[in-house]
Design a protein around this ligand. Structure first.
Ligand code: F6P
Length: 340
């Protein structure tokens, strides 16, 4: 049996650990062969394939990014199910492991509904996929953001400045919430909760009054109570979605003007998606890769591996789609107790 593996959508640390685990488990225990599909769905519809055996996956679980490359290509814009079927048949590919986020899994569901055998593996630094407690990449992003904030705090303390740290999080504030709590932020601003400038400046002034250098953490998708849409000044991405980023730079001068505190903003951006995965992400990704092979052997097409508590389970694609896993109000309230 020959299995194609692709990584699609935004990359994140841990993708290589999934690939390695699937190839090693499948090959060593079950005699499966693997073929690498370059740059997500693009490589599948264009038959851009690469050798993917044990030598290719040696030592890669600690490497960030993806050895297969990735893209945000939508297979339905390039021949759809007919093209995919043709490429799979002509290259003797029996099934596919698709590692990706919501867009990837939505395409995988459509293809599976039309008879293409696919198993999904969830990935996103944002941790916004329903049906799984955690996606790999999230822990690494939180770790990177926390370390950056620890650094921002020492320079903020030295100068007595307010520091604004902008993190990723298009629709949800998980990275902001976790890194902000870990770094002891004085305010955490997330897309799920609109906030006023008065409230933000209240937290900043309260920390300042205790002679602290305030740290404000803001997710890129955050909206002030006066905003209808998230701040975007960088055009559209390949899916026509606004490219976010810049809300921290927008808030900093406003905080400075209102509080009189010198304020600096730092946007962490793609640094959060790069480099070595944490041990937690490597373990989770490895377990996902192994479970994907189990799902293939059991022919559980149209299902995604997922984490429930400490157990790896298989869930239908539709459970992960359509509804984002947002930060619950109770988790925000818990963190907000320590704001200011
Ligand atoms: O979905 C993950 C994510 O990192 C978001 O947090 C961010 O808005 C987006 O991807 C950035 O995408 P790109 O890498 O295409 O700029």
């Amino acid at each position: 049996m020959s299995i194609g593996i692709l990584t699609s959508g935004g990359d994140c640390p841990g993708l290589n650990a999934v690939i390695r685990a699937a190839v090693l488990t499948g090959n060593k225990l079950h005699g499966l062969d693997f073929v690498g599909i370059r740059d997500g769905w693009r490589g599948l519809v264009e038959a851009d394939l690469m050798e993917l055996g044990r030598p290719q996956v040696m030592g890669i679980s600690k490497q960030g990014g993806t050895i297969l490359g990735t893209s945000r290509t939508n297979p339905f814009e390039y021949g759809g199910v007919e093209k995919v079927r043709e490429v799979m048949q002509s290259h003797g590919m029996d099934a596919i492991i698709a590692i990706g986020g919501e867009g990837t899994l939505a395409a995988a569901k459509r293809l599976t509904d039309e008879g293409i055998p696919i198993i999904g593996v969830p990935k996103t630094v944002d941790n916004d996929l329903s049906a799984t407690d955690y996606t790999f990449g999230f822990d690494t992003a939180v770790q990177i953001a926390t370390e950056a904030m620890d650094r921002l705090r020492t320079t903020g303390d030295s100068h007595g400045r307010c520091m604004v740290a902008e993190v990723m999080g298009r629709h949800v504030g998980w990275i902001a919430l976790h890194s902000g709590m870990a770094a002891g932020a004085h305010a955490i601003l997330i897309p799920e909760r609109k906030t006023s400038m008065d409230e933000i400046c209240g937290w900043v002034e309260s920390a300042h009054a205790r002679r602290r250098a305030p740290l404000v953490v803001v997710a890129e998708g955050f909206k002030l109570d006066t905003m209808d849409d998230a701040h975007s000044e960088r055009g559209l991405d390949a899916f026509g979605r606004p490219r976010l980023g810049g809300i921290g730079d927008m808030l900093a001068p406003e905080i400075e003007a209102r509080t009189g505190m010198e304020t600096r903003a730092t946007t962490l951006g793609h640094i959060q998606r790069g480099g070595t995965p944490t041990a937690y992400d490597r373990v989770l990704a490895t377990r996902y890769g192994m479970a994907a092979v189990d799902a293939i052997l059991a022919e559980r097409w149209g299902r995604m591996v997922a984490l429930r508590g400490t157990q790896i389970v298989h869930v239908p694609f539709e459970d992960a789609l359509g509804r984002l896993k947002t930060v619950p109000q109770s988790r925000y309230d818990e963190a907000a107790v320590l704001f200011g």
